[in-house]
Design a protein around this ligand. Structure first.
Ligand code: NAD
Length: 438
């Protein structure tokens, strides 16, 4: 995850660190907390509590490799705050997973759930492993043993993991199975992001892209950009970028540029995005499409970010809008599809230039929102139709977007600050109402 905006603390020392980038997920999360707190009257003790996770679990996970040798991996589960409900957050398999990263990302999940008004608190976990170095069988054995090691701290009413980098619906099915086997009953609500046949929800995979499209549509309407006259550039054509681009095209916008890791394509008259497979359908299909379509203009990913469009959707990786290119971003509206695409320094420059940046914790929150729907379906043992998922997501997203807009208007702050203010005020109020036990 990346950095966001400058802290409200305005000492010279703080300003110096504010422009230094990049920074860790934990530093970012604490900075953003301080910044949001500056707009609210919150009890200092509650604020101090929120700067730290409630618990961080560290486990070792022995794995028998296919060649019979045994290797031991480290796993974490950080649980930040559960005042509004069970912990919720992804599990990643990545060689650079650290304790601090899990803590920072768990805090970030607290705000994401709260801005969406979901009855969850934030968590994050992972195993320090390169998943590409594992066979399918090794990945399954690692997942089952990791589930056993964290079994006492997860559960449908305590902490509900979900897929993240290096994990997928199949991994979630293994976790659900391992947990259920040990508990002696089928408990689908212990994880979300499962395949629909074992309690997953329809529409979960495309939900983050759908939420990006809904938030883009609402923001364009608010700033008086009719979608039929709006040009959009989307960086990254994966689960988030491709789904967002296809929906926005369906709703009348002109998608003038899309990209994958190898480069971008541009057509001022609009690209027919339905003709290009998304990353999960066919990796790096944008550049393959460019090869088959010689007339199309090829540009770099860097040039895509600086196109003179109405809306820019960075939906690939973090830290792409930085102090180096923020002055050259020509879009009027940026909708963060990826997690943390804008560094603190870039956010400050964009704010000064009057570019409206809709933050990731709101824009791509469709994923955790449909995870919540999945959990409800699992607990109630009642599947929702895809139409119902779409309708409920629409209503949740418009509700959250409107709550953030109210703060933008009443406090005259950026969309990012407004989103954190909405989230922090809900979490802090719940702490104040519940009080401190004992
Ligand atoms: P994905 O793997 O499906 O697709 C990523 C796309 O970005 C691909 O087209 C790839 O070629 C391109 N890409 C990769 N590296 C790039 C680079 N350096 N420059 C330009 N393009 C690059 O990924 P995704 O699931 O769509 O996720 C994209 C972002 O959205 C990530 O930041 C992710 O954390 C975030 N996100 C994903 C979800 C989700 O559930 N999928 C939810 C919330 C946030």
């Amino acid at each position: 995850m990346a950095s966001h905006q400058q802290s409200a603390v305005s000492t010279e020392e703080q300003q110096a660190t504010d422009t230094a980038e990049p920074e860790t997920a934990l530093e970012t999360a604490r900075r953003q907390l301080e910044r949001a707190a500056a707009h609210l009257e919150i009890d200092d003790s509650v604020l101090e509590r929120l700067e730290h996770p409630a618990k961080v679990h560290e486990v070792t996970v022995p794995l028998e490799r296919d060649d019979g040798s045994v290797e031991v991996f480290t796993g974490y589960r950080a649980q930040h705050d559960s005042v509004r409900g069970p912990y919720k957050g992804g599990l990643r398999y990545h060689p650079e997973v650290t304790r601090d990263e899990c803590v920072g990302l768990s805090m970030w999940m607290t705000w994401k759930c709260a801005v969406m008004d979901l009855p969850f608190g934030g968590a994050k976990g992972g195993v320090v492993v390169n998943p590409k170095s594992l066979s399918d069988g090794e990945k399954e054995r690692l997942t089952r043993r990791f589930t056993q090691e964290i079994r006492s701290v997860i559960g449908p009413t305590t902490d509900i993991p979900a897929p993240d980098m290096g994990t997928d619906p199949e991994t979630m099915a293994w976790i659900m199975d391992a947990y259920s086997m040990q508990e002696g009953e089928t408990i689908p609500g212990v994880v979300t992001g499962k395949p629909p046949v074992v309690g997953g929800s329809y529409g979960r995979e495309e939900a983050p892209g759908r939420s990006v499209a809904i938030v883009t549509r609402e923001t364009c309407d608010y700033y008086d950009y009719p979608l039929s006259d709006t040009t959009v550039a989307v960086q990254g054509f994966g689960s988030v970028g491709a789904n967002a681009a296809r929906l926005l095209e369906e709703w009348g916008a002109t998608i003038v540029a899309v990209s994958d890791v190898n480069g971008a394509i541009y057509d001022a008259d609009g690209i027919e995005v339905g003709a290009i497979p998304s990353h999960d359908e066919e990796p790096e299909a944008v550049t393959a499409y460019a090869t088959e379509t010689p007339d199309i203009t090829r540009i770099s990913n860097e040039a895509l970010l600086e196109l003179d469009v109405d809306v820019l959707v960075p939906a690939a990786v973090g830290n792409v809008l930085t102090a180096d290119n923020a002055a050259d971003i020509a879009a009027d509206i940026v909708v963060e599809g990826a997690n943390g695409p804008t560094t603190f320094a870039a956010a400050a420059i964009l704010e000064e230039r009057g570019v409206h940046v809709i933050p990731d914790i709101l824009a791509n929150a469709g994923g955790v929102t449909v995870s919540y729907f999945e959990w409800l379906q699992d607990i109630n043992r009642r599947k929702w139709s895809l139409e119902r998922v779409h309708e409920e997501l629409e209503s949740e997203m418009v509700g959250a977007w409107s709550a953030v807009r109210d703060e933008v208007e009443s406090k005259n702050v950026t969309w990012r600050d407004a989103a954190y203010v909405v989230a922090l005020s809900r979490v802090a109020e719940a702490h104040e109402m519940r009080g401190l036990w004992p």
